[in-house]
Design a protein around this ligand. Structure first.
Ligand code: SF4
Length: 472
């Protein structure tokens, strides 16, 4: 629930080993949201830099690292189960990630209470602590194969898109969320480091960069928008300057920059002209969570006093192509039927292009659990279903407007060079969370589709969340 979706990357990743017999092998399981995924990538990159190999199986590893998620109860269960599986198959397990920072029922560390035999437990964003634990339980190889690490580091996403985490933690205290208690207050990465990583990713072939954080619009607040340096010129640690610089870096590679977790603060208005100019994608992922001022107040949401309908209308005036994605919570404690209706009206009037919705579910330790008026589970679920029916209707109508248009599509899958068609995404679709563009077999015999490349396609139909298109 909230800003983090569950992000299941349970496949074990493998770094090639030059001499499998001599090199210590680490098994790695990455669970959780895109922010956790970037932590996994940092750890895997460091392991590779130091000469460790990875194993695809628990049994084939000398030690297993599990990067956990602790956001909602299902994620906690999945993480604890995975640790249990790794312990029974391998026995030597290091745990990192959000669940590692949570307290258990006995007041100690939750992971240690359930699985006392784990070798070490760290919280999220703790590459060095994880590496220290690896060093003490599986000493690092004498001769590191530093050259094996690509300049962009190890990525867990397909080669053509990558997440770029610009900050860690959050200064807000939304009552349904425990992320700030697990990850701490906002810490923005230096702007020069972020841009350096972005350049390496583009040079490594990334065609779509997804900017993530807990609150992208708050970038730099913690350092008072300090001026940093990039290639000898001053750049402020601030969303507008960062987005501008990312767009300029992406342009020579013909790559996309997509912004996630942006709150509707007034200063976000300044970014919209960059979208209208085509410097970054006209796509904003804004986790509104609700529309009714009273519910937003009980949620203690950032930017809850903003006039969001007017703000969205103004954004669309400046950039008619803008696609707005959002997440919402139905059945928050005390939500009246009238407040819920306000939310349905908001989705219709704001014409939210893509919406996800959670039925409110109490997260252990969240302040909202103490609010009066907890609704029965059936009411919360029923409101979620009603919300999704309205949101899907709005979304489907908006998709239909695209029929007949020609769009640029980034190809994600194209068996047999696309002769039988393929699957891709337009600027309106973020990977994993939005719909796709289903590509028909090209009419031109010479036309080929390749994963990670763009094709132009004419939209011929829509189907639920997806578009159907002919490559041209
Ligand atoms: S803004 Fe911060 S406190 Fe609120 S949901 Fe997002 S991470 Fe949690």
């Amino acid at each position: 629930m909230g800003t983090c979706g569950l992000w299941d990357n349970t496949g074990m990743s493998e770094i090639p080993a030059p001499d499998a017999a001599a090199v210590p092998k680490v098994g790695f399981v990455s669970l959780g949201c895109p922010k956790a995924l970037t932590d996994s990538e940092l750890i895997l990159t460091q392991l590779s830099a130091e000469g460790y190999a990875t194993s695809r199986t628990f049994e084939g590893a000398d030690l297993v690292i599990v990067n956990t998620c602790g956001f909602i109860d299902d994620a906690v269960k999945e993480s604890l189960d995975t640790i249990g599986e790794a312990l029974s198959a391998n026995g030597r397990v290091i745990v990192t990630g959000c669940l590692g920072a949570r307290a258990g029922e006995g007041g100690g560390n939750m992971v240690r209470e359930v699985h006392p035999s784990v070798l070490a437990v760290t919280g999220p964003h703790a590459t060095q602590e994880v590496m220290d634990a690896v060093h003490s339980h599986l000493p690092k190889p004498h001769d590191p194969f530093v050259d094996l690490v690509p300049p962009a580091g190890i990525k867990l996403t397909p080669k053509h898109y990558a997440y770029l985490k610009i900050s860690e933690g959050c200064n807000h205290r939304c009552t349904f969320c425990i992320i700030p208690y697990m990850r701490g207050d906002l810490v923005s990465r230096p702007v020069g480091d972020v841009l350096k990583e972005a350049r390496a990713l583009f040079e490594g072939g990334v065609k779509e960069l997804l900017v993530v954080s807990q609150d992208t619009s708050a970038y730099g607040v913690d350092v008072r928008y300090r001026t940093g340096f990039w290639e000898g010129r001053p750049v402020k640690t601030r969303m507008l300057e960062l987005v501008q610089a990312l767009g300029e870096l992406a342009a020579p590679h013909g790559a996309w920059v997509r912004l996630h977790y942006v709150y509707p603060y007034p200063h976000v208005d300044e970014v919209i002209p960059l979208m209208a100019q085509g410097l970054v994608l006209p796509y904003l992922d804004v986790p509104f969570q609700h529309s009714h001022p009273e519910v937003l107040r009980r949620m203690k949401r950032p930017a809850s006093g903003e006039r969001n309908l007017e703000r969205i209308a103004r954004w669309r005036e400046l950039c008619p192509e803008l696609v707005v994605r959002s997440t919402f919570i139905a059945g928050f404690p005390g939500e009246t039927e009238a407040e819920f209706q306000h939310l349905l009206d908001f989705v219709r009037e704001a014409q939210i292009d893509r919406a996800g919705c959670f039925a409110y579910s109490p997260v252990e330790g969240a302040a909202a659990n103490e609010l009066p008026g907890m609704l029965p589970q059936e009411v919360r679920e029923e409101r979620r279903a009603r919300f999704m029916a309205v949101a899907e209707e709005v979304s489907a109508q908006r998709l239909k407007l695209r029929i007949g248009a020609t769009m640029q599509v980034l190809v994600d899958s194209a068996p047999s060079l696309g002769r039988k068609g393929g699957v891709g995404r337009s600027y309106a679709d973020a990977p994993e969370i939005d719909g796709t563009v289903r590509l028909l077999p090209p009419q031109k015999l010479s036309k080929r589709l390749a994963v990670g490349e763009f094709t132009r396609a004419r939209i011929v139909d829509s189907d639920g969340h997806d578009l159907i298109a002919e490559p041209i």
